[in-house]
Design a protein around this ligand. Structure first.
Ligand SMILES: Cc1cc2nc3c(=O)[nH]c(=O)nc-3n(C[C@H](O)[C@H](O)[C@H](O)COP(=O)(O)OP(=O)(O)OC[C@H]3O[C@@H](n4cnc5c(N)ncnc54)[C@H](O)[C@@H]3O)c2cc1C
Length: 391
């Protein structure tokens, strides 16, 4: 596959047949996303202007704004998300709905001897890749996710020695993209971004040069995506846990892969297990229209490996991702192995089921490919691909 320069492509995208993304303003964002209860709180509309703020797990518009087009709308992953546009831009081919998205290789990995011992969610591959990328100068800052109490917040990190401080999964929808907007405002030119599929979709929309600017610059130098089946609504989770555990003492949360069916919360003194059935009501409905389990628009995507809690699954998608992974392994930051066929089949099946459920839900709610002239769509996918996924 020929790897292209995104900024160059962004300026000349007519060449690849992109019709251009539909961009509206903040009032349409309120109608299309907030009023339909689709906001996941990814932070893409935050830190762009004084109007949108994220507070304790919710994003809101705090003053009226009458712009007819805005970056708040153009980077929202729940408004006019056209997967052909994004796929054409990142992979130079239309979206084909394959379960795991475009990729070059799939491996298993964990942090290597060059990484200091630390607590990771699984194998520590994400922390290892970010630490190496900062150390090697591939990026000058990384946008990660921290916690204030239980509330997830973005963190902009420049010191490779501090990356592990932000390890561990905060199983909540987080306003991480606001950290990227902040990093760009501060003038960082080579930012690495770690995020869940919805956050990575927001970043991909930003990379599509939605305003077709002649002086367009790719906003990110590296994207590491996390696998995600769903996230939890922060406020609902805080309310749920506050009644059961001392929230300030929570050190780690985990949702081990099937067949575990539990949500685990660890404090310094205890380990609590909640059946997933009790937790599912805390999943926002907007997660149920997300067709992406493996962060398909990233350079490298990372998830857990079924049956091996200290390992990660690694999907290498781009040439940049490939270079990062190979060099990190060469320098001892990462240990790599091939993935067993059976694990790959399970992963593909889980990802295809998420797509199927999401498209069915989006159609049920009238959010997929709304006809021109009628309501704007949340998600756009070609008819043939929809048929292939839901059949
Ligand atoms: C909401 C959520 C749902 C997930 N669901 C699945 C799943 O269904 N299947 C699966 O295989 N894996 C899932 N994961 C990914 C998995 O939990 C691990 O993040 C991944 O395996 C990487 O492990 P690691 O040891 O390399 O991570 P670590 O080295 O511990 O690093 C974790 C990284 O994740 C970032 N992060 C933490 N919380 C968030 C957040 N809320 N938003 C954005 N970034 C965050 C941190 O900044 C850190 O850099 C999910 C993660 C999240 C946050």
């Amino acid at each position: 596959m020929v790897e292209i320069n995104i900024a160059e492509y962004g300026r000349k995208k007519g060449r690849f047949g992109g019709a251009g993304m539909k961009v509206f303003g903040p009032n349409e964002l309120l109608e299309d996303v907030y009023e339909r209860d689709l906001c996941i709180g990814c932070g893409a509309c935050v830190n762009l202007c004084p109007y949108f703020k994220n507070y304790a797990g919710k994003t809101a518009m705090i003053f009226p704004c009458t712009l007819s087009r805005g970056r708040c709308y153009s980077s929202c992953p729940k408004a006019e998300l056209d997967l052909d546009e994004i796929s054409n831009m990142l992979f130079q081919k239309p979206y084909d709905g394959s379960p795991l998205g475009s990729h070059r290789d799939i491996l298993i990995a964990h942090a290597g001897p060059a990484m200091a011992k630390s607590a990771f969610q699984a194998g520590g591959s994400v922390s290892a890749l970010v630490t190496f990328a900062l150390t090697a100068g591939m990026i000058d800052a990384a946008v990660l996710t921290d916690r204030e109490g239980l509330f997830p917040v973005p963190a902009l990190v420049t010191d490779p020695g501090k990356v592990t401080k932000y390890a561990l999964s905060k199983y909540m929808a987080a306003p991480t993209v606001a950290g990227l907007n902040e990093g760009l405002k501060r003038g960082y030119k080579n930012i690495g971004f770690v995020g869940t599929p919805c956050q990575v979709m927001a970043v991909a929309k930003m990379r599509c040069n939605p305003y077709q600017a002649e002086d367009f610059v790719d906003p990110v130098a590296l994207v590491i995506g996390l696998f995600c089946t769903w996230a939890l609504d922060t406020r609902k989770l805080v309310a749920f846990l506050s009644a059961r555990v001392s929230v300030g003492e929570i050190k780690k949360m985990d949702i081990p892969p099937p067949p575990a069916e539990v949500f685990i919360v660890e404090t310094k003194d205890e380990r609590l297990e909640f059946p997933l059935d009790e937790i599912r009501s805390l999943v926002p409905d907007t997660c149920r229209i997300c067709p992406d389990m493996t962060s398909e628009w990233a350079d490298v995507s990372v998830g857990v490996l079924e049956g091996a809690p200290d390992w990660n699954t690694l999907i290498i998608r781009t040439q940049k991702g490939e270079q990062l992974v190979r060099k990190a392994a060469e320098k001892g930051y990462l240990i790599l192995e091939r993935m067993a066929e059976k694990s790959l089949d399970h992963l593909s099946f889980a990802a295809s089921q998420k797509k199927k459920r999401a498209l069915n839900r989006a159609m049920e709610r009238g959010l997929l490919n709304s006809p021109e002239g009628e309501k704007r769509a949340a998600l756009r996918i070609s008819r043939e691909v929809i048929e292939r996924i839901v059949s």
